[in-house]
Design a protein around this ligand. Structure first.
Ligand code: SF4
Length: 440
């Protein structure tokens, strides 16, 4: 039986895919990247906003066509869509044969066996008792991997459905995480990216205090992994010990992903974001002072109910002043089941989009100016692969996170193996990327 897999959404969902792939391979099934060759296709979905839901449903309908017109025997849907719409998914999407909630990823083989027997199957173990971590089949390049340090979220932002999908926040024990980091080092991982819904909350449930700094220290003590990166930090939990660990530990990258969502105190309160604009500005100032070459990535939501032109202007001014190294902007997505869904003063879609475009154009200018300053510099790059089209190698510096930031394209006289660190001299900038040559 050949099993195909479609993995959608964030790195945390991708990690669930990797755990399921390992269970499927261990059970003796063959895994194929070609859905057209598969007997059963598993679609691990995302569903936290409208566009993600649409992408998941489009994939299910497309794969459904293979069931009608090819030899595909069954479709299994896992992840956030099946969790969030557990009561209606079979009715709404009759092409689906089996569904697993986010708490049931370890029942994937039972689901496959049921579909093989031609039966419908569903499993919804409580979303906050699934065993975190575990053996997996990496779907990232050999030299880079994500590592989930916790699951769920207790922040309860008013626009967000994730707490109702993924359950309450729970950390993995430090020993577990360090053991997995050692395992990944053994597989040749050079860049380890720690993820959770909120990595800065790490430890509070298990140890009664924030322990991200200790965790980073423990990982770099127990392994020689050159690059350790953190994603999804929350501004009011950036502790002095975390800043010190990032400043003093050479193998913890001077990179922080800090979704802020807004800067207007009125909007932050309506979003139930903890810590007001003063706290945010204070944290950023401290990061920049203590870690001069820090790279700060952030994201903002525009068009949240009640956002006035003044609120938006305040956000634009903040972006101009702060000059984030990387910034993403999203239009507010009205999600049923979240408190903000029923808020008055919902904003017109066109106004949302216009504000998003204005903010992104602002940032493009900042990115271009920043990239220009990185020309004729020498930077350390983790080579990812060779691009046959541009006939150049490409990779990333510490300033670029996988899959979301820019790249460095470079020529080299000798052959470079993916996963190798290369010293690159930059020659010019292009949009979000840098182009250069390997220093001899
Ligand atoms: S921090 Fe807020 S936006 Fe992020 S997962 Fe938690 S509730 Fe959602």
């Amino acid at each position: 039986m050949k099993i195909g897999f479609v993995s959608l959404g964030c790195p945390k969902n991708q990690l669930d895919t990797e755990v399921m792939l390992h269970e499927i391979a261990t059970a003796g099934y063959e895994i194929t990247a070609e859905e057209t060759e598969a007997d059963i296709v598993i679609i691990n979905t995302c569903a936290f906003i409208e566009s993600a839901k649409k992408e998941a449903i489009d994939n299910i309908i497309d794969i459904g066509w293979l069931k009608e017109n090819r030899s595909l025997k069954g479709i299994i849907v896992t992840g956030c869509l099946s969790e969030r719409y557990r009561d209606s998914i079979f009715e709404e999407l009759p092409e689906v044969d089996a569904v697993l909630g986010v708490g049931s990823i370890h029942n994937i083989v039972d689901a496959i066996k049921a579909v093989e027997r031609g039966e419908r199957y569903s499993s919804y173990e409580p979303n906050d008792c699934v065993k975190l971590g575990g053996d997996r089949v990496l779907t990232t390049p050999d030299h880079a991997a994500y590592l989930k340090i916790a699951e769920g979220c207790d922040n309860r932002c008013t626009y967000c459905a994730i707490p109702s999908i993924r359950g309450k926040f729970r950390s993995r024990p430090i020993e577990d995480i360090v053991a997995e980091a050692k395992q990944l080092e053994g597989l040749g991982v050079k860049e380890l990216t720690l993820v959770a819904q909120d990595v800065t909350r790490y430890g509070i449930d298990l140890y009664g205090e924030y322990k991200l700094a200790e965790l980073l220290h423990a990982i770099t003590e127990a392994t020689k992994i050159p690059w350790v990166r953190i994603l999804y930090c929350y501004p009011d939990k950036i502790t002095d010990s975390l800043i010190a660990e990032m400043r003093d530990n050479d193998r913890v990258l001077k990179y922080i992903d800090l979704p802020l969502q807004h800067i207007s105190d009125k909007m932050l309160r309506r979003m139930n974001r903890h810590g007001g604009s003063e706290k945010i500005k204070e944290v950023i100032a401290k990061l920049r002072k203590e870690i001069p070459d820090i790279v700060i990535r952030t994201t903002f939501i525009v068009g949240f109910p009640g956002e006035t032109e003044e609120d938006f202007e305040e956000l634009c001014e903040f972006v101009k002043e702060t000059r984030f190294e990387h910034m993403g902007a999203f239009t507010y997505s009205r999600e049923e089941g979240t408190p903000a869904y029923d808020f008055p003063d919902q904003i017109d879609e066109q106004i949302k989009q216009d504000r998003c475009d204005i903010l992104m154009r602002l940032q493009m200018q900042i990115d271009a100016e920043r990239n220009e300053k990185l020309v004729h510099k020498t930077i350390k790059v983790l080579c990812e692969d060779y691009d046959v089209v541009s006939e150049t190698y490409y990779g990333r510096s510490y300033m670029d996170a996988p899959e979301i930031d820019g790249k460095v394209f470079f020529t080299a006289k000798k052959k470079i193996k993916p996963g190798t660190f290369v010293t690159v001299k930059t020659d010019y900038a292009e949009d979000y990327d840098l182009i250069g040559h390997a220093a001899e």
